[in-house]
Design a protein around this ligand. Structure first.
Ligand code: MG
Length: 203
């Protein structure tokens, strides 16, 4: 199983980090060891002093495919969930400055808490799914798939040119504005529409 992540997919978030709007999706990977399930706590690692939460819609791939045309992309996922793309921003900044990969800043243990997945048929429009994140009860991020620069079907078509997609692969589709740092003792909650899907304590 692989975790494919899209960076810079919401314009307000691109602005808040001072990045450029990309022509093509920005892609990075996390290893399977990054996954955190069943609301397990996240243990703050010692190699960073600045971890940001990034709430994202997550798509679960349901069958093998490569070079998928955008018009057929919808056949390759049945379920949607939410996740947090934890990012060691200090390590990422250092890597960006030197033009080095983000792997350690994005792929460390527990850096990908994910929810249970729900059928996409629960939603009337894949390109109008709302999600949000609260930190210690306070609303910090509110996103909607309608605001994505690259829509889900486009992303699947694009990444499948490079990587064969396999059943169970996950795609993190990018975060909206409002990212912020976490600290030990925090409680993060991620919602898909109005339903709480993740509760994650930082220990
Ligand atoms: Mg992200």
């Amino acid at each position: 199983m692989k975790i494919i992540c899209i960076g810079r997919n919401y314009s307000e978030h691109i602005k808040e980090l001072g990045n450029e709007v990309p022509d093509e999706p920005v892609i990075f990977l996390k290893p399977d060891s990054a996954v955190l399930i069943r609301n397990n706590p996240f243990y703050y690692p010692s190699f960073t002093k600045e971890i940001d939460y990034e709430a994202e819609l997550v798509v679960c791939i349901c069958k093998l495919g490569k070079n998928i045309e955008e018009k057929f992309a919808h056949k390759y996922y049945e379920e949607i969930g939410v996740g947090i793309d934890f990012t060691a921003r200090d390590l990422q900044r250092k890597a960006k400055e030197k033009g080095l990969p983000w792997t350690l800043a994005k792929g460390f243990n527990g850096s990908a808490p994910i929810s249970e997945f729900v059928p996409k048929s629960n939603f009337s429009d894949i390109n109008a799914i709302g999600f949000s994140l609260k930190q210690n009860g306070e609303l910090k991020q509110q996103g909607n798939s309608s605001m994505m620069l690259h829509k889900i079907d486009q992303i699947i078509s694009y990444v499948s040119k490079f990587f064969t997609l396999k059943k169970g692969d996950l795609i993190f589709t990018g975060t909206p504005a409002g990212v912020g740092t976490i600290k030990v003792g925090d409680k993060l909650e991620v919602f898909l529409e109005d339903q709480k899907m993740i509760e994650c304590e930082i220990k």
